[in-house]
Design a protein around this ligand. Structure first.
Ligand SMILES: [Zn+2]
Length: 217
């Protein structure tokens, strides 16, 4: 049986590079693959862009309401009917239903699906697509990167004009230069004043009744 794979990591953990390498490995052996990514990601203009300098256009873009199961069947027909693998970049931006479509492609069509994405947002809360992938993927694999301190980075902290911010929308619509830094748990808590999740799971009540600021100043 083919499987749905979720390869996740913090930002800058080499997900796009790993995905392009996987595509290359298939093609080197004479197999055809299809590359896709959600439309919400405008970086690179519908291409997979690796930080190492390699890039490649996607075969199809997934719009927010797309039926990915149907779209994959259409794209497979357009590609000549013989596709060995579907690779999806920025899978954190898929909807629950679209992740379920990826599962169907693997299980019902027998085509392996490799989904790559960021596990959590800048407030340490799972992106919708990543949460669903963690629930249903047959195989979970962490792609690792390191924090400035040398520990493994697990979170993505947001900076606006060089300063850490812990409030805002999941996909930034802020004014100013938005960047992200991959941090370990220790450094994330130091920068956030001890907060994880910024209280989003408990509306009207902060996640921590009293932030343990004395430990972090
Ligand atoms: Zn650190």
């Amino acid at each position: 049986m083919a499987k749905l794979y979720f390869r996740y990591g913090a930002m800058n953990s080499g997900k796009s590079t790993a995905m392009l390498q996987a595509a290359y490995n298939y093609e080197e052996r004479g197999h055809q693959v299809l590359l896709a990514k959600p439309q919400i990601d405008v970086k690179g203009d519908a291409a997979i862009v690796s930080r190492l300098g390699v890039s490649r256009p996607v075969d199809f873009v997934i719009a927010p309401d797309d039926d990915v199961y149907l779209k994959f069947a259409q794209e497979t027909a357009l590609a000549g009917g013989s596709v060995s693998c579907l690779l999806v970049d920025e899978a954190q931006f898929l909807s629950d239903a679209q992740v379920d479509d990826l599962f169907r492609i693997a299980v019902l069509d027998g085509i392996p699906v490799l989904a790559y994405g960021i596990r959590t947002d800048f407030q340490t809360v799972a992106f919708p697509g990543s949460r669903r992938l963690l629930e249903v993927a047959h195989s979970l694999e962490e792609l690792k990167t390191i924090c400035r301190c040398g520990r493994k980075a697990v979170f993505n902290a947001r900076k606006i004009d060089g300063k850490f911010v812990f409030d805002g929308d999941q996909v930034s619509i802020e004014v100013g230069e938005v960047t992200y830094e991959s941090l370990c748990g220790v450094d994330y808590l130091q920068e956030s004043g001890g907060l994880l999740g910024s209280g989003r799971r408990m509306l009207g009540e902060p996640a921590y009744a009293s932030a343990p600021d004395s430990d972090f100043t």
